[in-house]
Design a protein. Structure first.
Length: 361
């Protein structure tokens, strides 16, 4: 066995909702622990998938280049088709990048807390992880600290924006300032899994910076705002030269045709995204008002979840259990005193807020 994987523990995936309902004896469980889309998926996706499976059997390999989806994405983002690497979710993209760029002699720089896959995949390659804590009060990443952590061994810097689990957003001008100071041989990866949910600015994405900085890559997924988590589609935008290296290690037929068809249909329905983003912003504001009223510390979120601190770890677990008994599952275990709550639909948010008040009296 590889030395680098001896210490690793397998990722514990979400328990299927039906299994959880049976285990708890609860009729309806609303999963608000994985930042999935509580508004579902564009109805156009179901139509496209049904048409595809009606017209085709499954005897032929899929289009290994995901040509039609690639063309649609390139047009949507206004980037060359050769700059796109499309993966089985961003999970696969993160694995491919780590595999392509990291050896046991290298290090990566991350902000903590952040999405666990960056560190996990670095460990797989035997690389060192340099974790720079975020600001404890605001949850904001610390770009100067991250710059200071970069040394001769650093190959990759991961910046999740908005960040999971803090929900905090780093402006494009702050990222530009950061990029100006990063050595050109260090690749900075901006994970924009939640970028659609940002409402504080109309131009939230760091996409325009790709033309300025050849050592920057951008990642997006269909799993969150597009409500396509089940079909597993995510992608990377990177200079065509560097994306060739990543393409070289991609499995030839990684994306099945149903996923390709579903993602393309989802991309075409931007009106669905607008509705989801607007509804999420309304409920996010109500959550913040509720937490202010209860004097609970949280980070200002620009995503579809909110990260809340409780006075003690026991209290956090008590609230999580109280919600779960009522059918609301949130994410604990990311940080002892904290819970990450995916922002649900209005009725569910309201019920959860009433339950929370009951817990705290
Ligand atoms: C959910 C999530 C992903 C993974 O998305 P998939 O495309 O479903 O693999 C990537 N990055 C962050 C920060 C996430 O929260």
């Amino acid at each position: 066995m590889k030395e680098s994987i001896k210490q690793l523990k397998p990722y514990i995936p979400e328990e299927p909702v039906s299994a959880l309902q049976a285990r708890l004896g609860v009729e309806r469980v609303v999963r608000l622990s994985a930042n999935e889309n509580p508004y579902g998926t564009s109805p156009q996706v179901r139509e496209a998938v049904l048409k595809y499976v009606t017209d085709h059997d499954s005897s032929q390999y899929p289009d290994g280049n995901a040509g039609s989806l690639r063309t649609a994405l390139a047009k949507h983002l206004n980037v060359p088709e050769s700059s796109l690497v499309i993966g089985v979710g961003l999970d696969e993209v993160i694995t491919m990048l780590s595999r392509a760029f990291l050896t046991a002699k290298d290090s990566v720089v991350i902000s903590t807390p952040t999405f666990s896959e960056y560190a996990l995949n670095a460990q797989l390659e035997g690389a060192q992880i340099k974790a720079v804590p975020c600001d404890a009060v605001t949850g904001a990443a610390n770009p100067d600290g991250m710059l200071a952590a970069i040394d001769d061994t650093t190959r990759l810097v991961w910046l999740c924006n908005p960040n999971n689990p803090t929900g905090t957003y780093c402006s494009v001008s702050a990222i530009r300032e950061f990029m100006r100071q990063v050595p050109k041989d260090v690749l900075v990866l901006i994970d924009e899994a939640y970028i659609e949910f940002v409402t504080s600015t109309d131009s939230a994405s760091a996409l325009p910076l790709l033309a300025e900085f050849g050592n920057m890559g951008l990642m997006r997924t269909f799993s969150k705002a597009y409500g396509l988590a089940n079909y597993r589609v995510g992608y990377l935008v990177l200079s065509p030269e560097l994306s060739n290296y990543v393409q070289a290690i991609r499995l030839p037929y990684n994306l099945n045709s149903v996923s390709q068809v579903a993602a393309e249909a989802a991309l075409q329905d931007q009106a669905f995204i607008e509705r989801v983003v607007a509804a999420n912003a309304v409920e996010r504001r109500k959550w913040e008002a509720c937490l202010d009223e209860l004097k609970l510390h949280y980070y200002h979120s620009e995503a579809n979840f909110i990260f809340v601190e409780f006075p003690t770890a026991e209290k956090a677990q008590y609230v999580a259990d109280y919600w779960l008994q009522a059918g609301y599952q949130v994410r604990s275990g990311l940080s002892p005193k904290w819970l990450r709550i995916t922002i649900g639909q209005a009725d569910d948010c309201k019920k959860m807020q009433i339950l929370l008040k009951e817990c705290l009296v």
